[in-house]
Design a protein around this ligand. Sequence first.
Ligand code: KIV
Length: 263
Amino acid sequence: MTAPSLPSRRVSVLDLAAAKRHQRPIAMVTAYDWPTGRLVDEAGVDCVLVGDSVAMVVAGRDSTIPATLEQMIYHGEIVGRAVTRAMVVVDLPFPLQHLGVRKAVASCARILKETGCQAVKLEGTAGQADVIAGIVAAGIPVMGHVGLRPQAVHQLGGYRMQRDLDHLLADAKAAAEAGAFAVVLECVPAEAAAAITAAIDIPTIGIGAGPQCDGQVLVLHDLIGLSLGHVPKFVRAYADVKTTLADAVAQWRADVTARTFPA
Ligand code: KIV
């Protein structure tokens, strides 16, 4: 089976379904602003996630719970303009998937209309299946998110690995059956992620979930070494932008002090 290469047009839900069929791993990364949206798109990722992690990595909050719909739309619109090829997915912020189907559809519709992005992601268990089905019925592509759900951090007792395979499988299956086009598996054992990936027809996108998911997602600031907060153990940093940035500014400041800048 020959894996299809990346499309030069906008990546769609059909491309992600084909990636699973052809076993071509999907790459998704977060972005929250115009330059990083541009750069990650040019790097060839399949999906760009405007995650509610913006509240932590950009705004310095200690959880994703404070992220608001207005903030997600603000960042989504910027990234939506910057990214021309990857699919742009915007997080539905807490607690909009818990306030009934109508409220969730209205919020997701605002995200699509006001950002120009292509899909929404929502955290949920099997209990949110009706909400996913309602949003999908409105023609809005939904990515589910099961396992560690950061919006439920206080109920889960912290950012911990989620190990109950029966619950994980039920949540992922419920998302798939409700019409989600993909599902994020966050912080679940690799064997559980592999079992879920084999059990459902839609792509699984892992974060701290081992190598056997259909794709992987990382927070950009973790991937490039720019995070100032806690970085999970499973992250591999591919650059040290924090040091590069601090060194550049310190060097410039020294040049200003020495009157060697400007020349
Ligand atoms: O908000 C986010 O960045 C996410 C990823 C960690 C999957 O949900």
